[in-house]
Design a protein around this ligand. Sequence first.
Ligand code: UDP
Length: 238
Amino acid sequence: ETQNVTFKRVLLKISGEALMGDQGFGLHPPTVQRIAREVKTVHDLGVEICMVIGGGNIFRGLSGSAQGMERTTADYMGMLATIMNALAMQSALEELGVFTRVISAIRMDEVAEPYIRRRAVRHLEKKRVCIFAAGTGNPYFTTDTAATLRANEMNCEAIFKGTKVDGVYDKDPVKHSDAKRYDVVTYDEVLQKHLGVMDASAIALARDNDLPIIVFSLDEPGGFRGILAGQGTYTRVH
Ligand code: UDP
């Protein structure tokens, strides 16, 4: 049924919060394992997979700086949080027999590979899942921007943004029962209407390089694989 997957290489972006399950903070290993199984079903189809995981379940630079921390230091702490999440995902994937590399934008040689573009491409060709950690390596950015950057560098055909809801809505569907989902929406509409898919720099970077963003629900079992085959509900930003 889902054999008609036409994608060769994609990037899956998930927020750190997707890994905390019902807890208010941190990592929930069963949830990490569930998402790893979703990734494996797509990997099994031969699709080359990049991943970027946020760090918001552990630390966000903005909340640190709102409480008086120096902003760039707080941002580096946020980047370090993404490394912990990446290692948790690596462990869960390898437990399933999927080979991976954690590739960090901040050097941490004992823990993760440094980011070297050609080397990362080679890993993908060898069907290793590349988990890009530490964001862009720069403060004042987000992991959404990091995802867009790496997807462009790796020549991914699209970014798949797994969220709590099955697409982009005109208002928050959790709070408003009359919220309407878009099937497709343009980058400029997302920016003008502040639709909150990703931050503005990530959207602009995707737009300027014609990189489609597919927003789908990560809670739907089999969802990631289904969405890759064009099934289920999702929003395509392009
Ligand atoms: N961060 C950063 N530069 C980057 C990516 C991330 O400084 O290129 C920091 C930033 O402080 C951010 C934190 O890492 O708040 C966690 O990332 P993000 O908020 O994107 O995580 P998510 O919301 O996806 O869980």
